[in-house]
Write a protein that binds this ligand. Structure first.
Ligand SMILES: [Zn+2]
Ligand SMILES: [Zn+2]
Length: 437
């Protein structure tokens, strides 16, 4: 049976209005004056159309912490935010450090049918940093793993990092590093500086991130491999990356929406919703990160969506788990910080939230382009929707630890389509049973 959807009036990546005809999960035609008998018509007048968003950095908590998030609930949150592919970090319990574990993760994603869930494999056994995990077996498994990370922990041992970088060369993989020298951040609670001293909280110094990035860039150049840097958070890291790219080192980097918008000043009220790792930084770091995203020094926006149950978040600052949810409103935060400030156009947003992440993760079948023959993965975003505060009803995962609750954000993500199936319909997440073909 042939299923057709005709999208009318959408502004494709800000380049002008085009009609988009989707047939059987594929973009069949773009242009003006398109028609198709029996097609469902979506009125996207005034909305911007982007290729389905791809998130390189998500914590889905299944298996092990299903009360905080599951693959299904996390992908519902993703659909609400315009995502059609998520990369799942391996810090589950047990961790995803074997071929069997990443295949299980892949299967959980396939069951939701609402997006592609791509497992990231652990670099070391148990994410303990001492013995390399079976990287080759994960790469050659059905999950086709190309990104490896011990995220939550840094691959701190330079010998292990070197071996991992050497190993992934064989299949075009990359190591995604959580850059944090653990010996420099012992007891750290907030960004190190005058504010940490004033609040009497342990400081997380920028150099703990920057020194690991510098080391890893040099190791990557030395062995001729590929490095991806997770959640870059400081102006100094941007300088190191700029230098590395000038040298031609194969390094890519991501920034989170929260590091593009929020500063350490938020932690003054000791509200654990603002506790995150790496921590919120200074105004000048935020400015440098925005500039780096605009000029291509930073390649991608990744949410680091990190759901936590109430028990681990609603407690005093010192004991609270670090992390924030971010999938549902990532595009709105990027609109506020990059579009509405004139630093990026919508084509740029398509690049940093769809094309680049798909390329960095070597994701097959996510075109990242709105063109005939590409899979019908799309998001329709109403950029003119008035700025309104984020409410609990906007969050579609199982956890409510969003730093944006009560904060006005512009725009509204209205429709998400994955392989031609509607997963977000005019702002409402479509139930999983309905998404399945
Ligand atoms: Zn991390
Ligand atoms: Zn993370």
């Amino acid at each position: 049976m042939s299923e057709a959807i005709l999208i009318r009036g959408a502004d494709v990546e800000g380049a002008g209005r085009t009609e988009i005809l989707l047939v059987d999960g594929v973009i069949a035609e773009t242009g003006v004056g398109l028609s198709r008998a029996g097609a469902t018509v979506v009125d996207a007048d005034g909305m911007v159309a982007l290729p389905g968003l791809v998130d390189l950095h998500v914590h889905l908590r299944e298996p092990g912490f299903e009360s905080a998030e599951t693959v299904d609930s996390g992908s519902r949150a993703g659909s609400a935010g315009g995502f059609t592919a998520l990369f799942a970090m391996p810090n589950t319990a047990p961790p995803a450090d074997t071929a069997g574990a990443v295949e299980q993760q892949l299967a959980l994603g396939e069951r939701t049918q609402r997006m592609h869930v791509q497992p990231i494999g652990a670099v070391t056994v148990g994410r303990e940093g001492t013995h390399l995990a079976e990287l080759g077996a994960m790469a050659h498994s059905r999950a086709r793993v190309r990104l490896f990370s011990d995220d939550g922990a840094c691959v701190a041992d330079p010998v292990i990092m070197r071996r991992a970088l050497e190993y992934v060369k064989a299949f075009g993989g990359a190591i995604a590093q959580h850059a944090e020298d653990p010996r420099l951040t012992k007891g750290a609670q907030v960004n190190e500086g005058t504010l940490s001293a004033e609040l009497g909280l342990g400081g997380w110094p920028s150099v703990a991130e920057e020194s690991i990035i510098a080391r890893d860039v040099l190791l990557t150049e030395h062995v001729g491999s590929r490095l991806h840097v997770c959640h870059v958070s400081t102006a100094g890291s941007v300088e190191v990356l700029r230098w590395a790219k000038r040298r031609g080192v194969a390094v890519t980097a991501e920034v989170t929406p929260h590091h593009l918008m929020l500063t350490e000043q938020e932690v003054r009220g000791y509200d654990p919703r603002y506790k995150v790792n790496p921590p919120l930084r200074r105004d000048e770091d935020v400015a440098a990160l925005r500039e780096a995203l605009a000029d291509g020094t930073i390649d991608a926006v990744a949410t680091d969506h990190a759901p936590h149950s109430d028990e681990s978040k609603n407690c005093e600052w010192d004991r609270a788990a670090p992390g924030m949810v971010g999938l549902e409103v990532a595009l709105r935060v990027v609109q506020a910080t990059m579009i509405d400030t004139g630093m990026l156009d919508w084509r740029g947003v398509a690049r940093v939230m769809s094309r680049n992440p798909a390329r960095i993760g070597r994701l097959a079948g996510q075109g990242g382009r709105i063109a005939p023959g590409e899979p019908a993965n799309l998001v329709l975003h109403d950029q003119a929707a008035p700025s309104v505060p984020v409410t609990a009803a906007d969050l579609r995962g199982l956890s409510g630890n969003s730093p944006y609750l009560g904060r006005p954000l512009p725009g509204r993500t209205r429709w998400t389509l994955y392989r031609g199936r509607v997963t977000l319909r005019d702002g409402d997440v479509v139930e999983t049973e309905e998404v399945r073909p």
